[in-house]
Design a protein around this ligand. Structure first.
Ligand SMILES: NC(=O)c1ccc[n+]([C@@H]2O[C@H](COP(=O)([O-])OP(=O)(O)OC[C@H]3O[C@@H](n4cnc5c(N)ncnc54)[C@H](O)[C@@H]3O)[C@@H](O)[C@H]2O)c1
Length: 344
């Protein structure tokens, strides 16, 4: 049994990663600051499932978490509401537990919001990551996984390869991920911390983020609300199903030195319109579309070259978009009664 620190554990990818590690018999210590960048009841839902509930212990509003105070645990899972920028709490945490690895998924995500609030991205995504690396160095924790992003490739030709020059990011979000990657490289060089940087590509699945198109579009189609679509929907994304991302993340716990690895769908990238059609089919409902001008900060298309993940991690995505959309809709329908109150 290993002990892992998962930051951002109430988040979409963090909660699924923690679930898989627990199912594999490991101990998981999870932290999250439960911020209200998006409706915190989704974070509560995910945490409640990890804490042995049925996903129904949620706060009273979009900004008030049920799990904000106190220490929570269930079986080999423990949770505390800790901010990664709070260096003292991070140090205390490393004094309390002996971690085999740190999986750093805590971040401000989302390109558009980063344009308005770059300072939040710099503090959580870069300074927060440095706090973790310093605590690891002092405590002698040797393995670090950093969630990075396909946003670093914005403006490049597809398919995106890890060897591309990404030194001119197009958004504060991408810049903050580049900063976090660079800090991890420095700690690898100076202190021998073994680093896997994972550049994720448009992750979707059950309990995904309400600021990303899959959950928004699904809810809007179901509720008969017009979908706000930026552009004509021909923009493509390399959608990656959450279980594939989790499998790749856990595979990346092996010693690698310092490596940057794409984790993407590896299929033909899918047009946003095709995702909408997939949801329409599963729901048996037709989408209403409100077309808006294409956003300057958005990417026209993303596509991962995942050959490095195949070589180093023996990893390949397994879930097709059709299967992934079906599973996502199944989760949505099973949780529709409380999802109707979630703010988008
Ligand atoms: N979902 C995707 O498609 C995608 C794509 C590329 C990269 N990523 C990266 O993967 C990671 C996880 O993303 P996600 O989709 O699960 O997002 P998410 O927002 O659902 O999860 C991130 C979690 O981190 C927490 N957090 C934010 N700031 C914090 C802080 N200062 N201290 C402690 N916790 C904090 C949030 O409350 C949230 O629960 C992020 O690093 C994100 O940038 C995600």
């Amino acid at each position: 049994m290993s002990t892992y620190l998962v930051t951002g554990v109430a988040g979409f990818i963090g909660s699924h990663t923690a679930r898989a590690l627990l199912d594999q018999g490991h101990r998981v210590v999870g932290i999250d600051n439960l911020n209200d960048y998006y409706d915190v009841r989704l974070k509560d839902h995910r945490l409640d499932l990890l804490l042995g509930g049925e996903g129904r212990r949620v706060g009273r509003s979009a900004s008030e978490s049920f799990f904000q105070s106190g220490d929570w645990s269930h079986g080999t899972f423990s949770f505390a509401a800790i901010d990664v920028i709070d260096a003292e709490s991070i140090t205390n945490l490393f004094g309390k537990y002996s971690f085999d690895a740190v999986i750093n998924l805590a971040a401000r995500a989302g390109v558009r919001y980063s344009v308005e609030h770059p300072e939040v991205y710099a503090s959580t995504n870069v300074s927060g990551a440095v706090n973790l690396l310093q605590a690891m160095q002092k405590a002698g924790v040797k393995k670090y996984i950093l969630a990075s992003s396909s946003s670093l490739y914005a403006g490049a030709e597809t398919p995106f390869r890890e060897s591309f020059d990404v030194n001119r990011p197009l958004s504060p979000y991408a810049a903050s991920k580049l900063g976090a990657e660079a800090m991890a490289a420095a700690f690898h060089h100076l202190h021998g911390i073994d680093v896997s940087v994972l550049r994720y590509f448009t992750v979707y699945g059950p309990a995904s983020r309400p600021d990303m198109s899959p959950l928004r579009f699904l809810k809007w189609i179901d509720e008969g609300t017009p979908i706000t679509l930026y552009g004509d929907g021909s923009q493509t994304r390399d959608f990656t199903y959450i279980d594939d991302i989790v499998a790749g993340t856990i595979a990346a716990l092996r010693p690698l030195g310092y490596e940057v690895i794409n984790l993407g769908g590896g299929n033909e990238p899918l047009a946003i319109r095709d995702m909408i059609a997939g949801f329409e089919k599963e729901l048996g409902k037709k989408a209403l579309i409100d077309e808006q001008p294409f956003h300057a900060g958005d990417m026209k298309s993303t596509q991962a070259d995942v050959s490095k993940a195949a070589d180093l991690l023996n990893w390949a995505p397994k879930i097709s978009p059709a299967e992934g959309f079906k599973r996502t809709v199944e989760w949505y329908l099973a949780n529709r009664s409380w999802l109707k109150d979630i703010e988008l």
